[in-house]
Structures are given as structure tokens and as C-alpha cells.
Write a protein that binds this ligand. Structure first.
Ligand SMILES: [Zn+2]
Length: 74
């Protein structure tokens, strides 16, 4: 029997801690310091979320890139 699995693990913004905290490493736009969470998706439906253990990340307000704050500081 063929089983077609569509799912995956996403990382998304859970909470904005500080707006305009850094610069995007890809496009140079202002990025927000955010708390992220991991989302397990099955057939594009989120079935489980839990806090990311990596700590705060920077999220670009222009292109949406998530990256570690160490990359966005001067
Ligand atoms: Zn960007």
C-alpha cells in the first residue's frame, strides 16, 4: 500500500520581543527580535507546536528570513 506523507517541521514567530532590533543578513531591511516556536504540520495542518530551544531569533520584516541574532549584529 502506498502511503503518501505530506508534512514537515516549520519554525514560525511566536512573539515579537523587540521591533527593529537588527538588520536582515539577506536583504538589509530592519528585523525584529522574536521568540520562535516549532510547528509540526501534517497535510499542511498544524498538529503540534512547542517553543524553540534555540532562544530569540531575528525575523526580517521584509523577506521573512529567520536567523540567529549573532548574524544580524555589527
Ligand atoms: Zn530580509
Amino acid at each position: 500500500m502506498f502511503f503518501f506523507f505530506v508534512g514537515g517541521l516549520d519554525q514560525r514567530v511566536a512573539r515579537v520581543l523587540q521591533t527593529g532590533a537588527g538588520r536582515c543578513v539577506r536583504c538589509g531591511s530592519l528585523s525584529d527580535l522574536v521568540e520562535t516556536e516549532k510547528v509540526l504540520k501534517l497535510f499542511f495542518v498544524p498538529v503540534k507546536t512547542w517553543p524553540s530551544k534555540t532562544g530569540p531569533s531575528l525575523s526580517c520584516t521584509n523577506c521573512g528570513l529567520l536567523f540567529p541574532p549573532s548574524l544580524g549584529s555589527d
